[in-house]
Write a protein that binds this ligand. Sequence first.
Ligand SMILES: Nc1ncnc2c1ncn2[C@@H]1O[C@H](COP(=O)(O)OP(=O)(O)OP(=O)(O)O)[C@@H](O)[C@H]1O
Ligand SMILES: [Mg+2]
Length: 368
Amino acid sequence: MGSYLPHRAPLTVTPSSASDSMTADRTIVGASDVLKYVMYRVEQVAATSASVLLLGETGTGKELIARAIHNESPRRHKKFVVVNCGALPPTLIESELFGRERGAFTGAHNSQAGRFELADGGTIFLDEIGELPLELQPKLLRVLQEGQVERLGGVRTVQTDVRIIAATNRNLVDDVRSGKFRQDLFYRLNVFPITLPALRERRDDLPALLHHFCDRLGRQLGRPIDRIASGSLEALQRYDWPGNIRELENVIQQAVILSRNGVLDLSDFAGEGIHRDTPPVPEDLYSLADVQRAHIQRVLQSTHWRIEGATGAAKILGLCPSTLRTRMRKLGISRPATGPVAVVPVQPVSTPHSWSRSSTTRLGAAAS
Ligand SMILES: Nc1ncnc2c1ncn2[C@@H]1O[C@H](COP(=O)(O)OP(=O)(O)OP(=O)(O)O)[C@@H](O)[C@H]1O
Ligand SMILES: [Mg+2]
């Protein structure tokens, strides 16, 4: 029995002053050196108002870290406003970010504050900053430089005090080189870069993450997990996780939903999701014994059950007659007593999937 899921809460690196609601869903799990370095950078910058640029592949925890920085900063009692620059239509981004006055454009029936104004005193998180249209980049640069926002269709400027955290999974240096991203804006954002490691670079954290997600998702989905089938962690460790922690979370969520009797089984996981709704063996696959039985019967039928001689079944099958007889006994092949001989169709192998394995690892107490 493996001992990889000890009876204790997952190792966590939780910002010290985090509120309960934050630790409930936003626990940062892991104790690998690369994650500790990220948290050290978070600690260094949180207390300041410096802009932070979070870099890393999709699903590595950029938003989680952005919130941790805000919650560790003196701005924690003010708003943390998220803007996904990749999700808003280009025509809306400008009024969303900077606000608008009544009549600024067709359909603008009311004045509306932009997200910068809403975040005054707090933090704005500009997610997917690499997707910000080129024509809006100078306007953002101006806000970053002067803290001044001008609503669309407005005449006055509003002074704001907003801390900027931007994130991207793109290579902004390449985008600057190819002219997709303004160099001056890049320098302005890249004051304090923090790179989040890919999950495959912090495999040491997999046991704690597995434990954490089993515990949290088991409770959330009403399917508490108390044991993990042996081989599950090893299967997770063999995979490269291109979708990083989000992908891991999704895989564990599926496994929790499919769990039986509190046992989570990921021992078959090979990186393509869990397909437990499909039969383990396709209908047209047969065991070697079934294939041999059917083939020998077919040959025997064609030789009218003659085994020996130049036209006998042994010769056709490339066996000596005594070997063929032994094989027939083993496979339960005998000449039918009367009437024409029928070829018995081979039966698909039935190997029911085993849900509750005998060798499982018991999960520890609920995480704090
Ligand atoms: N160290 C961690 N411990 C626990 N959960 C984590 C950790 N890192 C990320 N997660 C979880 O993984 C999921 C993805 O994290 P997040 O949304 O912050 O990633 P992201 O880098 O912003 O991804 P994307 O680039 O796709 O927007 C979230 O549910 C988050 O809570
Ligand atoms: Mg994100």
